[in-house]
Structure formats: structure tokens, C-alpha cells
Design a protein around this ligand. Structure first.
Ligand code: R5P
Length: 281
């Protein structure tokens, strides 16, 4: 078995390779004069695990080319961050179901797909090959346990994230709750507490994705104004679009952590072990 990863998923690919005792195969890319991408891999094995997050249109092309370059072997596809998954239905007439479009494209030439904390599990049904997700409750719980927290509350920013966050809290025996979120625009949200009593200990906000940072910045502002001792933020997929990092910092968030499904300065824990376990099944 060989692991072939895209340029933006190299660290995670190497961690998966180490756990599985598999070799890494290099995939080099360059551009043709007209801007099209060129890709070449090294020697393959009978089975190739292609690892590539969908972070942009260019990374989609890179994943598609890498899958095609590996066609002489069985291909297991790992998409650590499945971009476009939030457009999971036709919200307005004439819109695509982008999640379906991606899933169909990524099913071509692969035998199986593994992803991590997909935005909605129903998205997996759009793949035309067996597709599963791993979820990082254990990894997030272990990470939170390393933080110097006093009287922590593990808080979901909305009702949808509440079961995931409750499972994380259960691992450490911590208190848990969720907020009510109303989205006003792409960047702006209103956050309201559900519980009457303000929390005066540390609060750890946990979400699947941080994109603009608007959700967690609004939550942090409200929690600190109500007397929280400190606010920390942990997500699975740290997109940190635009000014997300300074926004979260100026909102008073002390610790910011994401997994390595999107590799960056805030990748403080890894998705490699559960992905490796899923590939071994
Ligand atoms: C929404 O349903 C997701 O779970 C996240 O809460 C959302 O994507 C975060 O986006 P932003 O950081 O832009 O507020």
C-alpha cells in the first residue's frame, strides 16, 4: 500500500502512512503555459490511498488528477475536509446541490471513500461508491483535557452541533450546553444563550467548521459579557477565511485549535489515527 497526497494534505498523509506502515508516493504538480495543472506520481503499489482535502477549486482538480494517475492500482480516497458540503440542497431555485456534484465527481475511479466530520451525514449518500466518515470526538476530548481549564463548559454554538459536542463533553465528564444561533448574513450571526444562569468558568466552544469566524466571535463576545472566565475555540476543519484569526483574537478567544484536515498554524491535534483505523477495516 502507498499513500499519495495532494500538496495541501502532506502532513496528514505522512501521519496516516506512518500509522499504517505504508510508503509515501510523491505527487508533483506544475502548470502548463495556459494555466492547466500537470501532475506526476512516483511508483505505485497494488493499493493507493489518495489523501486530499477539497479546499479550493484547484485542490479539486489536483485530487481528480491524482485519482486518475493512480488508476493502475486499487484507489481508496480520503477526503479529510469535504469542501462544498454546506450547499447540501437546493436552497433557491436554479442552485446546484454542490455536495452531490462533488460526491459524484469524486466517486469516479475510486473503490471507497473516507471523510472526516462531513457537514451533514446525508451528503455521504451522494457518493456512488461506499463512503463513510470518521468523527473526532475522542481526539477533541483528549485535546481539551490538555488545556488548563477551570470549571469547564463544553458549548455547541448551535442546536445542530449539540450531539457531537455532548459526546466530547461526556468523554471528560464535563458540563455541556448549546447556544441558539440566528444567521443574519454570510458573515453575521446572532448568538443567544439557552441556559438562564451565566457560566463563570472556562467555556470551550466546539464547532465542525470555522470559516469567517463570525459564529464563534459572536458567541465569545456574548459569553465574556456574561462573565465567562475565559473562552477557547476548537473545531475540526479550520478554514479561517479572510480575517477569521484576528476576528477571533479580538473577540477574546484564548486558545484556537483545529485538526490537520486543513493543515495550518492552528492544527493542534490529528485526524490520522481514526482515518487509519477506517482504512484498515
Ligand atoms: C454551520 O452550520 C457550521 O457548523 C459552522 O458553524 C459554520 O460554518 C461556521 O462559519 P463561520 O465561521 O463563517 O461563522
Amino acid at each position: 500500500m502507498k499513500i499519495a497526497c495532494t500538496g495541501r494534505s502532506r502532513a496528514l498523509g505522512a501521519r496516516i502512512a506512518e500509522i499504517l506502515g505504508a510508503g509515501l508516493v510523491e505527487a508533483r504538480t506544475s502548470r502548463f503555459p495556459d494555466g492547466e495543472m500537470y501532475l506526476q506520481t512516483g511508483a505505485l503499489d497494488e493499493t493507493t490511498v489518495v489523501v486530499g482535502s477539497l479546499l479550493s477549486d484547484a485542490t479539486l482538480v489536483e485530487v481528480l488528477l491524482l485519482i486518475d494517475a493512480c488508476q493502475r492500482s486499487e484507489v481508496l480516497l480520503v477526503v479529510p475536509y469535504l469542501g462544498y458540503a454546506r450547499q447540501d440542497r437546493e436552497f433557491k431555485p436554479g442552485e446546484p446541490v454542490s455536495a452531490r456534484a462533488m460526491a459524484r465527481a469524486l466517486s469516479t475511479g475510486v473503490d471507497r471513500v473516507v471523510t472526516v466530520n462531513v457537514h451533514k451525514e446525508s451528503v455521504l449518500s451522494h457518493f456512488t461508491v461506499p463512503a463513510s466518515q470518521v468523527t473526532l470526538e475522542a481526539e477533541i476530548g483528549d485535546f481539551i483535557a490538555t488545556l488548563p481549564l477551570s470549571d469547564p463548559l463544553i458549548l455547541a454554538p448551535d442546536r445542530g452541533a449539540a450531539p457531537f459536542v455532548a459526546a466530547i463533553a461526556a468523554r471528560g465528564g464535563w458540563e455541556t450546553d448549546h447556544l441558539e444561533k440566528t444567521r443574519i448574513s454570510g458573515e453575521e450571526v446572532r448568538m443567544e444563550p439557552v441556559r438562564g444562569e451565566p457560566w463563570t468558568g472556562d467555556v470551550v466552544l466546539v464547532d465542525d467548521i470555522i470559516s469567517t469566524g463570525g459564529t464563534l466571535a459572536a458567541a465569545a463576545g456574548m459569553l465574556l459579557a456574561r462573565g465567562a472566565r475565559g473562552v477557547h475555540a476548537v473545531c475540526v476543519h479550520g478554514l479561517f477565511a479572510g480575517n477569521a484569526r484576528p476576528l477571533l483574537e479580538s473577540a477574546g478567544i484564548r486558545e484556537l485549535a483545529s485538526s490537520d484536515t486543513i493543515e495550518g498554524p492552528d492544527s493542534r491535534y490529528s485526524a490520522a489515527a481514526p482515518i487509519a483505523r477506517a482504512l484498515s477495516r
